[in-house]
Design a protein around this ligand. Sequence first.
Ligand code: CA
Ligand code: CA
Length: 145
Amino acid sequence: MPNIELFLTSNEEAEIVEAIRIAENTTSGEIRVHIEQKCDIDAYEHALEVFHLLKMNNTQQRNGVLIYVAVDNKSFVILGDQGINNIVGADFWNSTRDKISNQFKSGNFKQGLIDGITEAGKALSQHFPWNDDDKDELDNSISKG
Ligand code: CA
Ligand code: CA
């Protein structure tokens, strides 16, 4: 995988942020993407740390979803907070992971991330519909570490 700065073009990043914004229009849930050059420990363990560092466990309904990518490791993790985890099963995470993975394998990183965001958005909107007093609790921009 390429250098973190080359992983996505600025246009691709803008498309991803837009996909997050659109997904969040239908749900109170919050989706974030975090990209790192490499991960020295187990990617899932580290994604959990990132989840807390980004304060994604502070949403009111505990319905944040993080897609974490470690570029050099060629690995990614998608995980959700307890609110969404209590509702969707392992099948949901596995099928969403497969969708992302299929695109990543062909080098379509932007599309993989957008597919993951769209799938997470669908599940969130089903279980955590958007409401009038909804706030954007977590920034939609891609964070990099
Ligand atoms: Ca929200
Ligand atoms: Ca947001």
